[in-house]
Design a protein around this ligand. Structure first.
Ligand SMILES: [Zn+2]
Length: 316
């Protein structure tokens, strides 16, 4: 087996499948152009397509396929796009914490990171009446303080890191408490295939749906053979466009033809992992965070002393 410690998935499934979407909408424009985002109308319309056009389409497809999945949404988007959020919740899907304005946690001071984290929690509480069970750091930029904030807020799982093929536990060096990590992989992200915006400084060559599908399904075949987790990190304004929703439907048809799948929200995967740990049927790998308390000491080398020729002669 390629995976040393696969999770015993429910009903003997060979592979867990989670089609997660990150609904960032135009939060990423406002955070990257804080002084003049209001003057970038075309890119703003491109990003708003995700909430206005893609979410209704994706929710219809999920309903037809009887799927309930997880959407990570910044708190500001929850406040700004109530219709999209209502569709997601009415479909029985899960909402995860994804920052307030898609700010990068590791670009903030510890104090500012906590401020934005809690402001997002307030938005979920006020607008939706929920407290998210899971977190995905904007841009996956999880800081060395993030795990502590997740523990303090009672967040059960994170899905920002890439340290394994199956869920594992994050242990805080300070607080001695755990959060379940449901790991992702950049290979399963749609951004490298489909994101192209001069205004946001991403200029990837755009893949055809067939090319992206080939990458995503090569991951699936390996996970299916070895008992892993196949989880997408997709964005509605990219993968929610018609040709790519066709790709999503074809991928699901292929996967269902192989059988042995467990489709789940990340909250359900977290529940299942906790159950396996408590009944002793599976033991997770542990990662203690942060990996390093400071930049590694090897970088702190003394500056080379300038040695003149005459000094070299004396030394020799
Ligand atoms: Zn995002």
């Amino acid at each position: 087996m390629l995976i040393e410690n696969p999770v015993p998935w429910p009903n003997g499934a060979r592979c867990a499948v989670a089609i997660t979407f990150d609904l960032d909408v135009d939060s990423i424009l406002h955070i990257s152009h804080p002084n003049d985002a209001d003057n970038y109308i075309s890119i703003q319309s491109f990003l708003k397509y995700g909430a206005e056009i893609s979410i209704p389409r994706i929710c219809r497809v999920f309903k037809e396929l009887d799927l309930r999945q997880t959407f990570f949404v910044p708190g500001w988007c929850v406040e700004r796009y109530p219709r999209a959020l209502k569709l997601i919740l009415n479909g029985g899907h899960e909402i995860g914490h994804h920052g307030y304005l898609h700010e990068s946690p590791n670009a903030q001071s510890a104090e500012d990171e906590r401020y934005w984290f809690e402001r997002a929690l307030q938005a979920y509480r006020t607008c939706l009446g929920i407290r998210p069970r899971g977190f995905r750091a904007p841009l996956n930029e999880f800081s060395k303080n993030t795990l502590g904030y997740l523990i303090d807020a009672g967040i059960e799982y994170d899905s920002s890191l890439m340290g394994d093929d199956v869920p594992y536990l994050l242990t805080s060096r300070d607080r001695k408490q755990n959060v379940i990590e449901i790991p992702q992989c950049i290979t399963m992200d749609d951004w490298p295939h489909f994101m192209h915006s001069w205004d946001l400084k991403y200029e990837m060559p755009i893949s055809s749906p067939q090319r992206a599908r080939e990458v995503f399904l090569s991951e699936f075949d390996a996970m299916w053979e070895s008992g892993g987790l196949w989880m997408t990190v997709w964005h509605p304004f990219l993968t929610g466009r018609p040709a790519r929703v066709k790709m999503l439907i074809e991928i699901l048809e292929y996967m269902r033809s192989k059988g042995g799948l467990w489709f789940a929200t990340l909250g359900e995967i977290s529940d299942h992992v906790k159950e396996c740990i408590s009944n002793g049927s599976w033991s997770p790998r542990l990662d203690t965070l942060p990996y390093d308390e400071s930049p590694i000491p090897e970088l702190d080398r003394p500056r080379r002393r300038d040695v003149s020729p005459s000094q070299r002669e004396v030394a020799s």
